[in-house]
Design a protein around this ligand. Structure first.
Ligand SMILES: NC(=O)c1ccc[n+]([C@@H]2O[C@H](COP(=O)([O-])OP(=O)(O)OC[C@H]3O[C@@H](n4cnc5c(N)ncnc54)[C@H](OP(=O)(O)O)[C@@H]3O)[C@@H](O)[C@H]2O)c1
Length: 278
């Protein structure tokens, strides 16, 4: 096997260490919220960005703001994923450098309500877990076409701190789905390393968005959440885009299978209380 040994390689210039210029990037759920924040970062850094979500008008409006490409798709179905990948293939000439699996949804109800349909639980799993699996699998040939040893193709999954520690809300499907995203990250990282495709996960804490606004119905309050966060604020566009740009640039090219908490210390700086407040 011909494995390059480059122990004495000089450091890349600082301009190109974090560069993603010219890379072809797909951001699912890029029409708003965290997906828009990430797409904005890549577009501003000179990448060729394609955003997608189910609402074509919302995609069009966001794409006009960011000067990027858009297409409507439903990545909660196998057919939707396959159609999207065909579009990516044509638009980007067969090469995808970065896939960002960001689209996600949530649902919750108190255990005692016992809805019979199971619709909410299935909706969450169909998008957050199954859609991520089917889209990543379908993108492998396009990622391989873009990958080299020095500059692998990248898959970045958006997990959540609640995949590590469940939140205090009846969001059983969501919390379980994000734990599954973290484990699928490691599974795909192992599968795809030999194809020079890295697979990492950004696990955000609380970032204001349409989805996180829904947590208000379970009593979440932005100010309280910010003050309970060790670093005393909620997440923002710099935090979300910055983590994804790191994984996608030369700087992050030797990382795979990593779950990066970007959460103001909510998980990493957590301690077990030993006594009640005096
Ligand atoms: N906000 C937070 O505090 C937070 C914290 C940790 C993790 N996250 C994760 O971050 C990701 C983005 O969340 P967000 O807060 O930005 O949520 P959001 O504001 O609700 O945005 C979700 C995005 O996904 C799209 N989407 C939903 N269903 C889709 C489908 N079936 N096919 C394609 N696109 C679909 C939505 O557009 P359409 O509805 O038009 O399809 C929208 O663009 C999610 O994976 C979420 O779990 C969020």
């Amino acid at each position: 096997m011909n494995v390059p040994v480059n122990a004495n390689k000089p450091m890349t210039s600082i301009q190109s260490l974090f560069s993603v210029t010219g890379k072809n990037v797909l951001v699912t759920g890029g029409s708003r919220g965290i997906g828009e924040m990430i797409a904005h970062g890549f577009a501003a850094a000179g990448a060729n960005v394609l955003i997608t979500s189910r609402d074509e008008t919302a995609c069009q409006v966001t794409a006009a703001k960011l000067s990027c490409h858009y297409v409507a798709s439903n990545v909660a179905t196998v057919t939707g994923c396959d159609q999207l990948v065909q579009h990516v293939d044509t638009l980007f000439g067969g090469k995808l450098h970065v896939l960002i699996n960001n689209a996600g949804t949530s649902w919750g109800e108190p255990l005692e309500r016992r809805s019979k349909t199971g619709w909410g639980f299935d909706k969450v799993m169909d998008l957050n877990v199954k859609g991520l699996f089917y889209l990543t699998r379908a993108c492998i040939p396009l990622l391989q076409n873009a990958a080299t040893v020095e500059d692998p193709a990248r898959v970045i999954n958006i997990g959540s701190v609640v995949g590590l520690v469940p939140q205090d809300a009846p969001t059983h499907a969501y919390d379980a789905s994000k734990a599954a995203v973290h484990n699928l990250t490691r599974k795909f990282a192992s599968d795809l390393a030999s194809k020079h495709i890295t697979v990492n996960c950004v696990a955000p804490g609380f970032v204001p968005s349409r989805m996180s606004a829904g947590l208000k119905s379970w009593g979440a309050d932005h100010e309280a959440l910010a003050s309970q966060t060790p670093l005393q604020r909620l997440g923002n566009a710099d935090d979300m885009a910055g983590a994804c740009l790191y994984f996608s640039s030369r700087a992050g090219s030797w990382c795979t299978g990593v779950i990066l908490n970007v959460d103001g210390g909510a998980v990493g700086a957590m301690t077990i209380p030993l006594r009640s407040e005096l």
